[in-house]
Design a protein around this ligand. Structure first.
Ligand code: HBI
Length: 100
């Protein structure tokens, strides 16, 4: 099982994400971000691309779509917290959102 990120490794991994609108949950077990697109088609297209990528890697976002917004929570449930898998998925999602 992937280990949760701790100490400096966690701080360093989170720094670029926090600068791009990700926040840590109060209990520290997850990160969250709200994406806003121009319309539903862009939001759902983003979700489709991320879903295919996530399924291939067997690591999945918790998310909620309302019209043109997508609210995302990332955590590694098996590990009970934040792991490198969440960081990698967050980076992939930011990249996907930048190319809708
Ligand atoms: N996705 N976010 C997340 N966290 C998990 O622990 C996880 C997952 N997708 C699939 C998965 N675990 C499976 O590997 C296990 O539940 C078998």
């Amino acid at each position: 099982m992937t280990e949760t990120l701790q100490g400096a490794a966690r701080t360093n991994a989170l720094a670029p994400l926090l600068s791009r609108g990700w926040t840590e949950t109060d209990d520290g077990t997850a990160i969250e971000k709200r994406y806003e697109f121009r319309n539903f088609n862009e939001a759902f297209g983003f979700m489709t691309r991320v879903a295919l990528w996530a399924e291939k890697r067997d690591h999945h976002p918790d998310w909620r779509n309302v019209y043109r917004t997508v609210e995302v929570t990332l955590s590694t449930h098996d590990a009970g917290g934040l792991t490198q898998k969440d960081i990698t998925l967050a980076e992939k999602m930011d990249e996907a959102a930048a190319h809708v």
